[in-house]
Design a protein around this ligand. Structure first.
Ligand SMILES: Cc1cc2nc3c(=O)[nH]c(=O)nc-3n(C[C@H](O)[C@H](O)[C@H](O)COP(=O)(O)OP(=O)(O)OC[C@H]3O[C@@H](n4cnc5c(N)ncnc54)[C@H](O)[C@@H]3O)c2cc1C
Length: 430
């Protein structure tokens, strides 16, 4: 039987899978355009991404692919990001840069790090709170790691596991902590110390370029049922499609209600156990030049409703009209910590004034909201168990999950582009 390969979802992972399969497939997407989370909207002369989106390259492969698709478009920037706490700005990452904080806070961070540095190997099976204490000691944990992660993940770190930290949270040694306690002279740390952004247009340029190289994208096709026995997908618009192989880049969690076959009890339970954080993203266009000299700022304290605020006009002047600035503010929420969606945008603006980012008299030219349902997957204690059960079940049915919410994993744009390639290589060899 000849292969009928279907890719569900035209985000970067689905587009990359199709691109690398050299079009021997069909891509179905619920929205009117491809790009998924890596899209941008142009409104009143402002280009707003679906929340802050910056490219980081860890592989030559994706760097070269991007350069081949969009020659000369992406510009490298050295990160200029900060943390705002105790009413002062400290350089990011907090653990390496406590210079400027009140002396008693700096002292606690240093003493805690002495403690952490004397500890032996990290025991297996620790939770996120234990992981922080082990690696950074009490001061850094108390003044940044714990409150920031609680605010971000909406669950106490004791209920989470540190599986996602390796790439995203830079480790520090005692020498770095001491250097950063007394000066601004620490070296840039972490995966995002350099980032790339288009000099014209928004982050959607990369998805658009990939989509231009993919022939068979059917937009306006929202899957609303999946028949595994007969290998058939049903769409909300009344159409359907048969497959031999299905690459699923749409959120795993959706499947619990879409699969029509009777699910084994443990698979059903595993689907129910998947947890996620949503992101309420407010973008503002402001009639004032240079509202900040920073790229983005982290806010660990609860007195600000957002956990991060970024300034796209500092990534590229092309994203806003002359003599204006733009910013994005991000608030996370979930079923564990809900927000009042009618009031949250106003609270963000109030807190932007409180943080000294907006002036009370600033004229807001444009407000644009992206309410992102699936923002980050939550790594709780049953995470690994649930994912294994679901993946085993899907694989038995020739369904290959890919991408950030197909794999249900903390993945960057580069990761999902690579993942699309990986899945296409796997299917080609089958
Ligand atoms: C707030 C936030 C900030 C981020 N910042 C960065 C960053 O700075 N740098 C970085 O590298 N990465 C960042 N990321 C991660 C990056 O956005 C993702 O890794 C990447 O875009 C995911 O691509 P994907 O194809 O796996 O998933 P998605 O982009 O989610 O694509 C899935 C596609 O499936 C479609 N779909 C869903 N359900 C259905 C259905 N039932 N039927 C048909 N189609 C459906 C969706 O419309 C979507 O187009 C960020 C993510 C978030 C949420």
């Amino acid at each position: 039987m000849s292969k009928r390969i279907i890719i569900l979802g035209a985000g970067l992972s689905g587009l990359s899978a199709a691109y690398h399969l050299q079009n021997g497939c069909c891509v179905y997407e619920q929205e009117d355009e491809a790009g998924g989370l890596a899209r941008s909207d142009k409104i009143n002369g402002f280009t707003f991404d679906y929340d802050g989106h910056l490219l980081h390259f860890k592989t030559e492969y994706v760097k070269k692919l991007t350069q081949r698709l969009l020659p000369g478009l992406f510009v490298a920037h050295n990160r200029n990001s900060w943390v705002f706490s105790h009413n002062v700005f400290t350089k990011y990452p907090f653990q390496a840069n406590t210079y400027g904080l009140p002396p008693e806070v700096v002292k606690k961070c240093i003493l805690g790090m002495f403690d952490a540095a004397s500890k032996k190997k990290l025991p297996e099976g620790v939770n996120l709170a234990q992981w922080m204490l082990h690696n950074f000691g009490e001061g850094i944990t108390r003044h940044f790691m714990y409150p920031y992660n609680y605010k971000f993940w909406t669950l106490p770190p004791e209920k989470l596991i540190p599986d996602w930290t390796e790439r995203y949270v830079p480790h520090v040694n005692l020498k770095t902590v001491l250097t950063g306690a007394f000066s601004l002279k620490t070296k840039p740390l972490g995966y995002n110390s350099v980032f790339w952004y288009p000099k014209a247009g928004g982050i959607n340029r990369i998805a658009k370029a990939l989509a231009e190289n993919v022939n068979n994208i059917k937009t306006g096709h929202k899957m609303n049922a999946l028949d595994l026995k007969n290998k058939k997908i049903f769409f909300e618009n009344g159409s359907s499609a048969k497959f031999t192989d299905l690459v699923l880049t749409t959120p795993l969690k959706q499947l619990q209600n879409l699969i029509k076959d009777k699910l084994p009890k443990e698979v059903k339970q595993a689907f129910s156990g998947l947890k996620y954080v949503s992101i309420f993203n407010l973008n503002l266009g402001i009639q004032r030049e240079n509202i900040s000299d920073k790229h983005w700022i982290y806010f660990p304290e609860d007195k600000f409703c957002f956990f991060r605020v970024g300034f796209p006009t500092n990534f590229s002047k092309g994203v806003a009209p002359c003599k204006t600035s733009s910013l994005y503010a991000e608030v996370s929420y979930s079923k564990f910590r809900q927000i009042d969606k009618k009031k949250i945008a106003a609270s963000i603006e109030t807190d932007l004034v409180k943080a000294g980012i907006l002036n009370p008299g600033d004229k807001i030219l444009t407000r644009h909201i992206n309410d992102i349902k699936y923002g980050y997957v939550i790594y709780d204690k049953l995470y690994r168990y649930n994912i294994k059960i679901i993946n085993d079940y899907l694989l038995k049915n020739n369904i290959y999950s890919a991408g950030r919410f197909g794999r249900w994993k903390y993945m960057s744009m580069e990761d999902v582009i690579l993942d699309g390639k990986l899945i296409s290589d796997f299917i080609k060899k089958r």
